[in-house]
Design a protein around this ligand. Structure first.
Ligand SMILES: O=C(O)CCC(=O)C(=O)O
Ligand SMILES: [Fe+2]
Length: 333
């Protein structure tokens, strides 16, 4: 835990190991453009489907509003996530080491702290959520309401996730339950924390990456930081306090046989506000085979991606230092 940014960032200038090469630094604040915002409460389901499909093809990312998760639950969840990251390093270590199989753990920067060339200005708490009875015993017990609030929050996010996956399935023309079986049942929450940073122009909270997931549903609340790369430029993702940002991951690009796009995104830091976000991911199990959906493959539409287990996918993804594998690396030659 000694490396956690939140344990030492106060009153220090940016350490050398966090200073990125000029080409990877944030540059100018993107202005003017936005990603699509989809109103899930709108009466016309066909219209919602169309908007989700277009955003998934063009951006691989969109925001959803009127998603049905109560705003007081979102407030409570954000409070316990912030309170967790405000604990002492010692408490955080105790609260995240209850499972010998490490279904709940903390890390800082990326999964490759020891080997990465540069570090990123982020601490992360990651834990499994489904099935709840199996995993809740390993979740933090500090703050005292953590388990109770996060159990309800993640159950709600699961509903939102499957609703969006159903729209995507329909849009793709695959079985509406395509993601209901193994593909979306491994659910995890990653609570990111980005303390105020002494020089946001030289570093990033997270480098440009695509998520190693099917989809990710992010709560960013009201602090700016997320940016998506589209048509060779960065677009800022405007914080809408009770919206969720839906990001399609590399697995969705593979399963859709390239019809949908995994969004490339990054996180910038800021000098006066701490930023806490919670990313809820729907993923397959380790042994699940990842491959283009059969309904999308025929003689005229050959499979573009290799089949591999989720476990092998993750090994490949994580082997590439902090940047992660790209869908292109998994293309069939
Ligand atoms: O914190 C954010 O805004 C995004 C986090 C993210 O990209 C991730 O956890 O993969
Ligand atoms: Fe991400």
């Amino acid at each position: 835990m000694e490396h956690l940014v939140s344990s030492w960032y106060n009153d220090r200038s940016l350490p050398e190991s966090y200073i990125l090469p000029p080409e990877d630094r944030p540059g100018m604040l993107p202005l003017g453009k936005n990603i699509p915002v989809v109103d899930l409460g709108a009466p016309d389901q066909t219209d919602i489907l169309q908007q989700i499909l277009e955003a998934s093809q063009e951006f691989g990312m969109f925001q959803v509003i009127n998603h049905g998760v109560p705003s007081n639950l979102i407030d409570e969840a954000m409070s316990v996530f912030k309170e967790f990251h405000a604990l002492s390093a010692e408490d955080k270590a105790i609260e995240t080491s209850k499972d010998p199989d490490k279904s709940c753990y903390m890390y800082t920067s990326s999964h490759n702290y020891a080997t990465e060339k540069f570090h990123f200005w982020r601490d992360g708490l990651l834990h499994h959520c489904n099935p709840l009875e199996k995993y809740i015993q390993f979740w933090p017990e500090k703050p005292p309401k953590y388990r109770q609030v996060v159990a309800i929050y993640t159950a709600e996010l699961r509903k939102v996730g499957f609703r969006i996956l159903e729209f995507i399935s329909q849009g793709l023309g695959v079985n509406p339950d395509h993601f209901r079986g193994e593909l979306g049942e491994n659910q995890r929450v990653l609570v990111n924390h980005y303390p105020p940073c002494p020089d946001p122009s030289l570093t990033l909270g997270l480098c440009k990456h695509r998520d190693p997931t099917v989809i990710n549903i992010l709560l960013q609340k009201d602090v700016y930081g997320l940016e998506v790369f589209k048509d060779e430029e960065w677009i800022g993702v405007e914080p809408i306090p009770y919206a969720f940002v839906v990001t399609l991951g590399v697995l969705m690009q593979i399963i859709s046989n390239g019809k949908l796009k995994a969004a490339e995104h990054r996180v910038v830091t800021n000098s006066n506000l701490a930023r806490t976000t919670a990313a809820f991911a729907l993923d397959p199990f380790n042994e699940t085979l990842i491959e283009p959906a059969k309904a999308l493959v025929d003689a005229n539409n050959p499979a573009l991606f290799k089949s591999l287990s989720y476990k092998d996918f993750l090994i490949k993804y994580r082997a590439d230092a902090s940047y992660g594998t790209t869908p292109e690396e998994l293309l069939i030659d």
